[in-house]
Design a protein around this ligand. Sequence first.
Ligand code: ADP
Length: 212
Amino acid sequence: MADAKRILLFGPQGSGKGTQGEKLSEWLKLPLIVTGNIFRHNIKEQTELGVLAKGYINKGELVPDAVTNRMIGERITQEDCAQGFILDGFPRNLVQADALDTYVKITDLMHISIPDDEAVRRIANRRTCVDQGHVYHLVYNPPKQEGICDEDGSALEQRKDDTEESLKKRLGIYHSETEPILDHYRPYGVIHDIDGIASIEEVWQTVQASLQ
Ligand code: ADP
């Protein structure tokens, strides 16, 4: 059996992590773990975790590390992750990267970059499905039927934290806290630099090629 692939999707808001993550998960038959979706699911179900996370997420801030680290630690040690996994949205700072190192060894980090002005343009047209967080773009990746998710038939909505103000704050945190952890991963030799400006299909070709 091939070696387990433990892949991180890394890049700013709107860089295409969610879209490429769904493709990767299908291609490699590995679970896709999206921190934002886990939080949003917990908010919807009003769990203890959801109630805690909601305030931070609505303000565009990071949920505290202790909470997030434990949540991811529990998830990636489940049995369906034994052959590998794809992680989107974690780690987002050095404390989280250090915590992840204590759980597993990452095999690939897909670093997808786009400029901030493109992120702002993309997020304005982003829609996500309410049930499982499948991602669409009104122009580049529209659903077959307006307002309905192709995958699970649930309604599409604009995320409450996808306002211009929240996005600017999240991009700021990305540049100040998340991007610098590339230096943590550089010595591991796992980084694949991918230009996220190309079309969804072109980015996908690059992602696939870099993993073969
Ligand atoms: P985006 O990448 O567009 O900011 P996500 O859906 O990945 O959106 O995350 C939404 C929110 O969930 C973040 O703004 C943050 O509040 C919280 N979140 C997601 N991942 C993490 C993380 N690793 N650590 C702390 N908070 C997180």
